[in-house]
Design a protein around this ligand. Structure first.
Ligand code: G16
Length: 543
């Protein structure tokens, strides 16, 4: 088969964001757009000839087409083997696991995560390195630099290859191995968690509902929860992955997983409810009558992880992204282990995990994971919760209440202003940066600013520095508000405000979150008058 060298012209907008390149499908469908980016990835890497690439995606619209492009471009560039999930499907954590288990050179994951899918919706391409994690900034910057000057790509002159039948086939000199997307992942979960104990819990009448949101975790959840753990059929809902996720946002939060939330707050609630997102790396945890914020979930999982066989030796450290609440810090302090504060983006945890400085990591954006892979992992978080519930035989509500009694409660909320005008959002952030020096000492009602800065991260492993990672306003007593622009949206800009208050007094642990944070929310809008800049008078999503 012939390798074709196709002349192309660069696009100037192929800068990877928080997690890979995410754009609308019609943008990806422009002539050579996907080809340019894939070739830019390969042009930024060295010494992969003859090596293995892992490939899969969350099954969203355009997944299959881009899988074929990657296969032919990988063959033309000299990869020896591509392991591709059957039907082009691999959850993000399952892809990370395959890269690690089979010592692949790297992997390409096609996903726009929790963003909607469909002909006019979102698509994405992400490159993961040999440790199984998202490429670090020095590689994503090299990819972007290459994409701005690219003038050709290499592609095998071949027909499409069957990716639905498990087994090996040849594409030129390259082997394409179509693998079961679930098997290796499910086996890893069996090794990390006490499946017997969870089985016994489910047998005792404990009920669960897992909402796969018509996204990639459906087949994984069916296999693990229903077939291997014996949850009754029907415990997993919306389990058929659809290219448009059934027309919904596959985003497991209180807005887009409202049906699950309403059920869990009703008198028909099962004991435990959970959901995952488009590509299976995020999680939502709701007990009967209680939503557990991702920041609290991280802290509670870390405090109880020793109940699961995979973590019984204890944790080396905990890492959290800067906007994530400080709840995990208190657990780390009590355990006498390190706590690391990184910028938003799972890629920043990779070095800490590789250096064995952190074992469990988490983000406020519904991501939790551990050193078992190098991505966050939605089903892992659900299974660790189930393992803890099986070990403690208490409800989620009881576990949360006891946790807060021991450590205090970090009231926490995030307010998102989605799809606002990008220029207005950037101006808001620039003006905010300009007034940071004047803020310390200023009061807003009873709140006095003690510190205001623009978060910069100094990686303790490779000593790289990442600046402008979010504006922090810290108040006396430990409350804070943080402002950031999202790095994952595909139209306009999304302003995020993260609001947090620490409450040590157990008598005040039953307040409504928004009420507990009301004065901080007011102060946030005085400091950054979003309405004046954007015309928006309320957030589009509150989590
Ligand atoms: C990605 C990253 C996460 C990040 C999240 C939100 O998640 O992997 O680390 O926290 O985006 O980022 P932002 O606030 O910039 O939108 P995912 O699930 O979209 O891949």
């Amino acid at each position: 088969m012939t390798v074709l060298t196709v002349a192309t012209k660069p696009y100037d907008d192929q800068k990877p964001g928080t997690s890979g390149l995410r754009k609308k499908v019609p943008v990806f469908q422009q002539p050579n757009y996907a080809e340019n980016f894939i070739q830019s990835v390969f042009d930024s890497l060295e010494n992969f000839e003859g090596k293995t690439l892992v490939l899969g995606g969350d099954g969203r619209y355009y997944n299959r087409e881009v899988i074929q492009k990657v296969l032919k471009i990988a063959a033309a560039n000299g990869f020896g083997r591509v392991m591709v999930g059957q039907g082009g499907i691999l959850s993000t954590p399952a892809a990370s696991h395959l890269i690690r288990k089979y010592k692949a050179f790297g992997g390409i994951v096609l996903s726009a995560s929790h963003n909607p899918g469909g002909p006019k919706e979102d698509f994405g391409i992400k490159y993961n390195i040999g440790n199984g994690g998202p490429a670090p900034e020095k590689i994503t910057e090299a990819i972007f630099a290459r994409s701005k000057v690219i003038d050709r790509y290499l592609i095998l002159d071949a027909g499409d290859i069957d990716i639905d039948e498990i087994g090996e086939k040849k594409l030129g000199d390259m082997t394409v191995e179509v693998v079961d997307p679930v098997a290796d992942y499910a086996e890893m979960m069996e090794n990390l968690f006490d499946f017997d104990a969870i089985r016994a819990l489910l047998k005792s009448g404990f009920t669960l509902r897992f909402d796969a949101m018509h996204a990639v975790t459906g087949p994984y959840a069916k296999e693990i929860f229903e077939r291997r753990l014996g949850a009754p059929e029907g415990s997993v809902v919306n389990f058929v992955p659809l290219p448009d996720f059934g027309g919904h946002h596959p985003d497991p939060n209180l807005v887009y997983a409202k049906d699950l939330y309403d059920l869990m707050m009703s008198d028909k609630a099962p004991d435990f409810g959970a959901a995952s997102d488009g590509d299976g790396d995020r999680n939502l945890i709701i007990g009967r009558g209680i939503f557990v914020t991702p920041s609290d979930s991280l802290a509670m999982l870390a405090a109880n992880a020793h109940l699961a066989p995979g973590y019984k030796a204890g944790l080396k450290g905990i890492a959290r992204s800067m906007p994530t609440s400080g709840a995990a810090d208190r657990v780390a302090e009590k355990l006498g282990i390190g706590i690391y504060e990184t910028p938003t983006g799972w890629k920043f945890f990779g070095n800490l995990l590789d250096a064995d400085m952190a074992t469990i990591c988490g983000e406020e954006s519904a991501g939790t994971g551990s050193n078992h892979v190098r991505e966050k992992d939605g089903l892992w978080a659900v299974l660790l919760w189930l393992n803890i519930l099986a070990g403690r035989r208490e409800s989620v509500k009881e576990i949360a209440a006891k946790h807060w009694q021991t450590y205090g409660r970090n009231y926490y909320s995030r307010h998102d202003y989605e799809e606002v005008d990008a220029a207005a959002a950037n101006k808001l952030m620039t003006d905010l940066r300009d007034k940071l020096v004047t803020l310390p000492g200023t009061s807003f009602g009873d709140l006095t600013v003690v510190k205001a800065d623009d978060f910069a991260y100094h990686d303790p492993v490779d000593h790289s520095v990442s600046e402008h990672q979010g504006i922090r306003i810290l108040f006396e007593g430990g409350s804070r508000v943080v402002f950031r622009l999202s790095g994952t949206g595909t139209s306009g800009a999304t302003i995020r405000i993260y609001i947090e208050r620490f409450e040590p007094d157990a008598a005040r642990h039953d307040l409504d979150t928004q009420e507990a944070l009301a004065d901080l929310i007011k102060a946030a809008h005085k400091i950054a008058p979003i309405r004046e800049y954007t015309g928006r008078d309320k957030p589009s999503v509150i989590t």
